[in-house]
Design a protein. Structure first.
Length: 317
């Protein structure tokens, strides 16, 4: 369960409407500059982004220029966090159908947010995981690699969107630079604090935040780079993962990943590393990947010293 002050933060953001719709609150510096959006709770059971929001509520003068807008993405599922935590009510807002129109409020909310976010210069989508995980980021192709190099994350993941059958918000925002940050496990205090640290670090890298607010957080000189090669699905209900896999756990070709009561198995097609697996406690669904499989690739992110100048010059001021 969330602590009382977290519930108050959630209520504050739910009632705000900086973008003309519920669940958005902007913090603006006296000096104009780039506009950054921070998406939280795109999945209703992932509250870590409230940690970043709390930092701005307590320190509203963090910015020396520009704007940061916090957006509560799935306002419908978020309100259930302290009773029956759910990723979504009807439709996963990070798995939007590409070829069909859904009458659900979550579908409409997705496209409304996509339109509103198209005017921002950078979008940060904060998530957490149900299983043990390092800190990770998943950029869209518009995200500058120089900025990825400077991020305090352990793992950078490429190729997810090319194997997805549905549409994620970060990918839909292209050509706006956007990235998903996986901050750790759902209710871990570390995820809460890391969400704040990574947002402040990003703001510092693009020249928006006063340095006195920037945390001392270690940036790995080299990160693990993962290329996703496969998405794994079940065509029938009734399957569960054979165990709770950790993110980046090694799996081998033909290893059972999931099984049903009849003893039928879903097998890994290749040797690789498993990503974003469902917990063994959850029954798998046919509308979403049960996991991804990837492989490590050589480190090769570009670290350009003029990142800040290039980013600021490219923004809509």
């Amino acid at each position: 369960m969330l602590k009382i002050d977290a519930i108050k933060l959630l209520e504050k953001l739910t009632k705000s409407s900086s973008l003309g719709s519920r669940g958005s609150l902007s913090f603006k510096a006296p000096k104009k500059g780039p506009r950054i959006a921070v998406i939280i709770m795109l999945h209703g059971d992932e509250p870590c982004g409230l940690g970043a929001f709390e930092t701005f509520v307590k320190n509203p003068k963090i910015l020396k220029r520009g704007e940061v807008c916090f957006i509560l993405a799935n306002i419908y599922a978020a309100r259930l966090i302290n009773t029956t935590p759910s990723r979504f009510l009807v439709l996963n807002m990070n798995r939007i159908p590409k070829d069909t129109i859904s009458p659900t409020p979550e579908y409409k909310r997705f496209w409304s947010l996509k339109d509103k976010l198209s005017s921002f210069d950078l979008v940060i989508d904060l998530h957490s995981t149900s299983t043990p995980s390092p800190t990770m980021c998943i950029p869209n192709s518009a995200m500058p690699q120089e900025l990825l190099h400077r991020l305090p994350v352990e793992v950078v993941i490429f190729g997810v969107y090319s194997v997805m059958k549905s549409l994620s918000l970060v990918e839909a925002l292209n050509p706006v630079p956007a990235l998903t940050i996986e901050c750790g496990e759902h209710l871990s205090p570390n995820s809460w604090f890391y969400a704040s640290d990574v947002v402040l670090t990003l703001l510092n890298e693009v020249g928006l935040a006063h340095k006195s607010y920037i945390p001392e957080i270690k940036v790995p000189s080299e990160k693990k780079l993962i290329k996703v090669t496969h998405s794994i699905w079940t065509k029938q209900p009734g399957f569960r993962m054979v165990k709770t896999f950790c993110n980046l756990e090694k799996v081998h070709e033909q290893q059972p990943l999931a099984q049903n009561d009849s003893g039928e198995s879903i097998l890994s097609p290749v040797n690789g590393l498993i990503l974003f697996p469902f917990s063994e406690k959850k029954q798998l669904v046919t509308t979403e990947e049960i996991c991804f499989i990837g492989k490590e690739i050589p480190y090769g992110l570009n670290n350009h010293k003029a990142l800040q100048e290039r980013f600021l010059n490219s923004c809509t001021l």
